[in-house]
Ligand binder design. Structure first.
Ligand SMILES: Cc1ncc(C[n+]2csc(CCOP(=O)(O)OP(=O)(O)O)c2C)c(N)n1
Ligand SMILES: [Mg+2]
Length: 720
């Protein structure tokens, strides 16, 4: 028996002598106290069982909630319709919330999670998370604090969705509950998100979010200085700070109710500092004794929230035997459930595991594009446009076609974007739908994540590719994993527009010419679109938005800055890079070919490389060498079929890759060809493994037309 288990049982015999300063339970609320005790004791026993299961090789997770069980009071003070994004020690919250919905099976849910069973209600055995669609509990990753930007985004988006009369899963008077640890409160994701909430509230917008900091005084082995959480969050402008002692539910309950009331009634953020202890170390594998004195560990037992609740129950008339009996009955109930689950199946194939990663229904997407276009079919057809004009016109069209669409980012509103891509949209569609955000990419993506959960179709903009990288985990760790950890029940439909890639003449240096896309290419399920021309941009943007609507697809729409205002292709004034938008849509993963396939070689490229390749092809033609050019259009998933077909048609491939030699897109193209068994010659030209310097020095590291031409000539000669 665990020492904590023994201590609780032994202490019950002498409840009246408990050292705890308990204000006393209200006899009229006996049932309420029993409810609290049930939730807390259930969570406690689940922790014990988690460690037993792990020792038996049947369980895979031992981070527990023991010592934190007063978070059940937060569940009891909120509604089952309030979206909750929970700390991994919120077991008692989960059980208490489930108790509000008849028919719920919290014990089974948690056990299935611990055992990695396929029937687990949210992640289906993919991870141990707290989550349930019917309980408004949205599952979280293990990356501490990374759920805070999303939580704040949801609190902001909730009101916007209702204001725009969009179908929103959460009621208009809902509040977002978001819990995390004391060490996590220092993480930049947490400080950034809390700042975003306060800044937004300061502007007078509703931000109904309850931050719950479950402060056990440690982040694994590192102590949080006593008083730090209060010093950091106790006097922030616009943030109500409420402290509650988790080892004294009689006083914590009213304090928590007060915190909830502030958020519910005033629609503004509050910070609940829930002081707790942590029993059993950080996780089963954590030898707490290596960094804490036994005396300190034992002293915490006196602050056991279960014991405090038992004391309160005692004052309502319950005897020690009554309490012990309930405590043991809960243990038996859990053991029985474990026995029932003994033979339940785990995930058994890659296909089963990956099913929620990227559901794709191209026919439905195409139909949705047609529907989107019905509202203003004439818009795009009228005249040849630049890439920037085309994206602007298509955003306008999409905003008109579907009221769920919102467009936001730094400078996208009044200014209309650094390059004018969102010009006039705020004026035409209103500040509720096209707006400036604060300067924090993490907050921008967090708002996208929350807006998706609120029923909106967010199109956030990240001003430059280089500035995605400081917030990239919001895409990788948060947005892309949510369908995986929730079997698609919760998702992040979103199209992230990012201006990027090199070749900006006269402007730049690295951060405005960043060509690093490797970080996007390996995110499971993420679509990366990279249009080179105006007509493709319009059609591909519609595809991304339609896929967001039908399949909750998460896309990055990478816009080559140097092509935004480009008009000419071969010579000044030819206007050959303008295009009329006549294709409705481009299926995800389909390339565009320039040429018939009867040429001497194929150049495979994307973005700026397409334009450069076409110019080189003209020079090659003058030298009697015909070259086909294939524009990938989609960098993920790569258009493998089209790549192979083009390669086979000419028999020779030059990969023209403006991204870096290492980790660039070209690596994927070459690999796809080799894996498909293409046996002809393959050459690759790419930019250097360098950052991009200022001014004309950039030409030394970025792929040039001369290098492409040299590569093509060498390739043309091979085998002849
Ligand atoms: C971003 C990130 N860095 C490191 C970790 C590893 N890690 C997991 S829990 C934890 C400590 C968290 O402490 P706290 O926030 O106080 O929560 P507690 O476990 O004490 O409840 C750390 C460092 C992580 N999960 N995520
Ligand atoms: Mg802690």
């Amino acid at each position: 028996m665990e020492p904590l288990d023994r201590h609780f049982r032994d202490s019950l015999t002498d409840l009246s002598a408990s050292q705890l300063a308990i204000a006393g339970g209200d006899a009229d609320k006996s049932a309420w106290w029993w409810g609290l005790f049930d939730a807390q004791a259930t969570s406690r026993h689940l922790d014990f069982v988690a460690r037993e299961l792990q020792q038996e090789g049947r369980g895979f997770y031992t981070i527990g909630s023991a010592g934190h069980e007063s978070n059940a009071l937060v569940a009891m003070a909120t509604r089952v319709t309030d979206p909750a994004l929970l700390h991994y020690r919120s077991g008692a919250f989960y059980v208490a919330r489930a108790r509000q919905l008849p028919g719920s099976t919290p014990v089974r849910d948690v056990l299935q999670g611990l055992m990695g069973l396929g029937d687990e209600p949210i992640a289906g055995g993919r991870h141990k998370v707290f989550g349930h669609p019917d309980l408004a509990v949205i599952p979280q990753t293990s990356t501490i604090a990374s759920h805070l930007p999303r939580s704040v985004g949801l609190a902001i988006a909730l009101h916007r969705a209702h204001r725009l009369k969009v179908d929103c899963e959460w009621p208009e008077d809902a509040i977002v509950v978001c819990s995390f640890g004391d060490a996590s409160a220092n993480h930049s994701s947490a400080t950034g998100a809390i700042n975003t909430a306060l800044n937004t509230a300061f502007r007078g917008l509703p931000v109904p979010i309850l931050f719950v900091c479950e402060d056990n005084g440690f982040g694994i082995s590192v102590p949080t200085p006593s008083g730090w959480i209060e010093a950091a969050y106790g006097s922030r402008p616009g943030l109500s700070y409420i402290s509650a002692d988790g080892s004294d539910p009689a006083t914590a309950g009213p304090a928590i109710a007060q915190a909830v009331a502030v958020v519910r009634d005033q629609r503004r953020p509050a910070f609940l500092h829930l002081r707790t202890v942590r029993f059993g170390g950080h996780a089963g594998s954590d030898a707490e004794i290596s960094y804490r004195k036994p005396r300190e560990i034992e002293a915490d037992y006196a602050r056991d929230p279960l014991l405090s609740t038992a004391s309160c129950l005692h004052t309502t008339g319950a005897s020690a035997d009554d309490i012990l009996e309930r405590y043991e009955a809960i243990r038996r109930q859990i053991d029985e459930e474990v026995a029932r689950l003994a033979d339940d199946p785990r995930l058994s194939s890659a296909a089963e595991i990956m099913a929620p990663v990227a559901p794709r229904h191209p026919i439905r997407v195409a139909a949705r594009v047609s529907e989107l276009r019905e509202t203003r079919p004439e818009r795009g057809m009228t005249r040849p446009r630049t890439l920037a004009e085309s994206i602007n016109g298509t955003l306008d069209e999409l905003l008109s076609a579907d009221r769920r669409v919102i467009v936001f980012g730094e400078d996208v509103g009044v200014k209309g974007g650094v390059y004018g891509v969102t010009a006039r949209l705020a004026r035409q569609h209103g500040a509720a739908r096209v707006f400036d955000t604060l300067l924090d990419e993490q907050a921008i993506l967090g708002l996208g994540l929350g807006a998706g959960l609120a029923g909106l179709i967010p199109i956030p903009e990240v001003q430059y590719l280089a500035y995605l990288h400081n917030a990239e985990d919001q895409l990788r760790g948060e947005a892309a994993t949510l369908p995986f950890f929730s079997r698609g029940r919760f998702s992040n439909p979103m199209v992230v527009r990012i201006a990027g890639l090199g070749y900006q003449k006269g402007f730049g240096g690295h951060f405005h010419n960043d060509n690093a896309v490797a970080v996007l290419r390996d995110i499971p399920g993420l679509v990366v679109a990279c249009p080179a021309r105006a007509d493709d941009a319009a059609a591909m943007l519609r595809t991304c938005v339609a896929a967001a609507i039908t399949d909750s697809t998460l896309s990055v729409f990478l816009e080559p800055i140097a092509l935004y205002h480009r008009r000419d292709l071969y010579q000044t004034g030819d206007q050959a890079w303008l295009a009329i938008d006549h294709d409705n849509h481009v299926p995800i993963g389909r390339a565009r070919s320039y040429g018939s396939g009867s040429e001497a070689l194929t150049m495979i490229s994307f973005g700026n490389g397409v334009l450069m390749s076409l110019r080189v092809a003209r020079r090659l033609a003058a030298a009697g060498i015909a070259a086909q050019v294939l524009d990938l259009r989609w960098l993920a998933p790569l258009p493998v079929e089209d790549i192979l077909a083009a390669a086979l048609s000419t028999g020779k491939v030059l990969v023209v890759d403006e991204t870096r030699h290492s980790g660039g897109v070209g690596e994927g193209v070459v690999t796809a060809l080799v894996e498909a068994g293409f046996s002809g010659p393959i050459q690759r030209v790419a930019s250097e493994d360098s950052f991009v310097p200022l001014g004309t020095a950039a030409d030394h590291v970025l792929l040039s037309e001369d290098e492409i031409e040299k590569g093509a000539l060498a390739l043309a000669e091979t085998g002849e």
